[in-house]
Write a protein that binds this ligand. Structure first.
Ligand SMILES: [Zn+2]
Length: 150
């Protein structure tokens, strides 16, 4: 059996409508958001992370990197959509997170809050998808997505 190669053009065709939809729904139209596919994310959790957003606040710019194999593995539309909503929710929270980071300046408490922020983004992403699309929550989870959005 041969594995059908997925091209970036095919990935873009799948992902672009999701970005367009959620940028509008989350009132992020004023942001300059770029995104790209990568084979792997750098960093300590690079082996597990499936996406990462870099917000540039207060300039309302952001860059999102999505790992190709995770995008390809997410078979149901809701799965990769959850990842995209999660990353975009980080932008909604960027002013708050920037203030927290300024006050705490990193360290243990900031790391703990970052963990809570990740959980919160998952809850927001799943809740927002359910609210807008009325998809059952169970359909949004994927056993094939072994990594977590960052
Ligand atoms: Zn995250």
């Amino acid at each position: 059996m041969t594995v059908k190669e997925v091209t970036d053009d095919q990935r873009i065709a799948r992902i672009q409508p999701l970005f367009t939809k959620w940028i509008t729904l989350l009132s992020l139209a004023d942001w300059d958001i770029t995104w790209q596919f990568v084979d792997k994310l750098a960093g300590p959790d690079g082996d597990n992370a499936i996406a990462r957003v870099t917000p540039i606040w207060p300039y309302q710019r952001a860059h999102i990197r999505l790992v190709r194999k995770a995008v390809d593995a997410a078979g149901l539309p809701g799965e990769i959509e959850t990842v995209i909503v999660h990353e975009l929710c980080h932008l909604v929270m960027a002013p708050l997170w920037e203030a927290i980071d300024d006050v705490l300046g990193g360290g243990t408490i900031a790391n703990r809050l970052h963990g809570h922020m990740e959980t919160l983004m998952d809850i927001f992403a799943l809740g927002l998808q359910y609210s807008y699309d009325k998809k059952p929550r169970g359909a949004l989870y994927s056993p094939v997505l072994e990594g977590t959005p960052q």
